[in-house]
Each structure stands twice: as C-alpha cells, then as structure tokens.
Design a binder for this molecule. Structure first.
Ligand code: FE2
Length: 103
C-alpha cells in the first residue's frame, strides 16, 4: 500500500527507506491479542518495534521516523518526512479495509 501511494504521488520518495520502514513499522514481535493485558499496545508498539528493529538492523533516521511515528494521531507527535507520512496513511487505509471488509 505504501509503494502504491508513493508511486501515485507526484513527488520524490526514498523508496528504500519507505519499504524498509513499511516492513518494520510493526516489528514488535509479540501477539497483542494474547490476553496479557496489552491495553496500551496502540500507544506503545511503535517504540517497541523501533527497539527491536534497531537491535536487528542498521536504521536510517528516515526509517526510524517511519517506525516511531506511524501511529499518529493516536500517538501525538506527527511524522516529519514524506515516507513516514505515507506509511502512516497506508497503515490507516489497511486497518480500515481489514475492519470493514475482512472480518
Ligand atoms: Fe502499528
């Protein structure tokens, strides 16, 4: 979805950062439906995903921004680069599609 949006936009996009960030944005590595009281998952998982990704990969500042900011506006600080905005919006589109059409 992020690549589709990026190709549609008439602006320059760092596709490497976009794809890496899109793949790692939910790299929290646990099942948040496991009944362990993860009620704050929506607020906390971007930081968790970033910490996990940082352990396993070398991340550019742009990729970090994608991962950390993808839950805006649930988390209050907005993305600061085009690629992070694209993944943030793609995430909402996918969530809406999954909620409305796949359950
Ligand atoms: Fe997420």
């Amino acid at each position: 979805m992020s690549v589709r949006i990026a190709k549609w936009l008439p602006i320059q996009v760092n596709m490497d950062a976009l794809v890496i960030g899109a793949l790692l944005h939910d790299y929290f590595l646990y099942d948040w439906h496991d009944g362990k009281g993860r009620h704050l998952h929506g607020f906390t998982h971007p930081e968790c995903a970033f910490r996990n990704a940082e352990k396993d990969y070398t991340l550019s500042p742009r990729v970090k921004n994608i991962i950390i900011r993808h839950m805006f506006p649930l988390t209050p600080v907005p993305p600061t680069c085009t690629e992070a905005w694209i993944v943030c919006i793609a995430d909402k589109i996918c969530a809406i599609e999954e909620t409305l059409f796949r359950r």
